[in-house]
Write a protein that binds this ligand. Structure first.
Ligand code: RB5
Length: 146
């Protein structure tokens, strides 16, 4: 279990992910310190710009974890994964989210607003934020990625 007060979360979305971003901020993230890096409307924006903002904040240690939302979660995961120290996991449901923390120590969760429904997305975020890294043999593997 992660202490909510110690956990600053950076979040960002493109136009496709904007409504889900707001829904998450108003529900599962309401007790966390959230750095909202946009976008703030459904006007089209380019997902790599938002991915870079969130990934940079997490990479620099200004937030412990990041959440990125686009239509599929795929573009955000590809873009965020280019940033040093970022392990971005595109998850569509809680099981993948759990394993992305336990085995991969994922520090950015990528969601697809056109793929995963709001309630499933909320549960996915909840599980992701509350699942610790298993370490052990998984730490060796994560080090090899670095
Ligand atoms: C925007 O239409 C869409 O391409 C974007 O949200 C995302 O799904 C990219 O991976």
């Amino acid at each position: 279990m992660v202490d909510k007060e110690d956990l600053r979360i950076a979040i960002g979305a493109d136009h496709a992910g904007f409504p889900l971003k707001q829904a998450l901020i108003d529900s599962v993230l309401k007790d966390y310190e959230v750095i909202d890096l946009g976008t703030n409307s459904t006007d089209p924006v380019d997902y790599p710009d938002i991915a870079r903002k969130v990934a940079t904040v997490v990479s620099a240690g200004r937030a412990k974890m990041g959440i990125l939302i686009c239509g599929t979660g795929i573009g955000m995961a590809i873009a965020a994964g280019k940033v040093r120290r970022i392990r971005a996991a595109r998850c569509t449901e809680p099981f993948s989210a759990e394993l992305s923390r336990r085995h991969n120590d994922a520090n950015v969760l990528c969601l697809g607003a056109r793929v995963t429904g709001v309630e499933m997305a909320k549960r996915t975020v909840e599980v992701w934020l509350n699942t610790p890294f298993d370490g052990g043999r998984h730490a060796r593997r994560v080090e090899k990625i670095e």
